[in-house]
Write a protein that binds this ligand. Structure first.
Ligand SMILES: O=C(O)c1ccccc1NCC(=O)[C@H](O)[C@H](O)COP(=O)(O)O
Length: 228
């Protein structure tokens, strides 16, 4: 399929661990740590894939992706407002394996074109949706992520995990090899319930960045899954 999908679906803990400098309210998420320390903690936890938020609403920039790529050798997802061929090329150059394509920000007629361009560059399209109307008809080469928050309000609202669960049958009907639940997953036990319900993977930023130990978060997730 793709290195990104193979890595996350084959992982003991299918959690894409996110590097994000600030949350939606602008609050610092590094807590005095360097990016290198955060990435080291993700590596020690066994993260199979890492997401890097380069979007400026969350304090990111392109250099952050370059830095993370120099620190860890797992497939990277770039999270930004990506709409153009130039941004796709830059993502590849900076070390991304997958790129966020936010369906709500791309006209329905444009999304398939950007998906094809990403694939032609060897990038896995990580298509993020909040409703059934945003789902591509054929997502056999894409990750489909349901965002439990809403980027239109800069993710300042609370997470609605029920929305993703309700959308899951329609998401799977697109043929995606990897359905992801993204945003607002605060505890490993909540994450385990989402995977038990049929999501192939999770995208977790704030919950992991605020945890005292990403490795302990991963271990609790694995324990919650075997206990189920
Ligand atoms: O979702 C978007 O469209 C987006 C665009 C540009 C930069 C970031 C974007 N989203 C960020 C996220 O969705 C979250 O950081 C991610 O899902 C993790 O959420 P959380 O675990 O709640 O920190």
């Amino acid at each position: 399929m793709s290195a990104f999908v193979d890595a996350i679906t084959g992982a003991r803990v299918p959690v894409i661990a996110e590097v994000k400098l600030r949350d939606a309210a602008g609050t610092d998420l590094l807590g005095g740590r360097s990016v290198a320390e955060v990435v080291r903690a993700y590596r020690e936890a066994g993260a199979a894939c890492v997401s890097v938020v380069t979007g400026r609403w969350f304090g990111g920039n392109a250099e952050l992706l370059r830095e993370v790529a120099s620190l860890i050798d797992v497939p990277l997802l770039q999270k930004d407002f990506i709409t153009s061929q130039a941004q796709l090329r830059q993502a590849r150059q900076l070390g991304a394996s997958a790129v966020l394509l936010t369906a709500a920000l791309l006209p329905a007629a444009t999304l398939p074109r950007v998906v094809d361009r990403a694939l032609a560059l060897g990038l896995t399209p990580f298509v993020e949706v909040t409703g059934a109307g945003e789902l591509p008809a054929d997502a056999s080469a894409c990750v489909i992520a349901v965002n439990n928050k809403d980027i239109k309000d800069r993710e300042r609202g609370s997470a609605d995990l029920g929305r993703g669960l309700g959308l899951l049958p329609a998401v799977l009907a697109t043929g995606t090899p990897c359905a992801v639940s993204a945003s607002g997953i605060d505890t490993p036990e909540t994450g385990a319930r989402l995977v038990d319900a049929g999501f192939a993977a999770l995208l977790v930023g704030t919950g992991l960045l605020r945890a005292s130990s990403p490795r302990a978060w991963f271990d609790r997730f694995a324990h919650a899954r075997t206990a189920a």
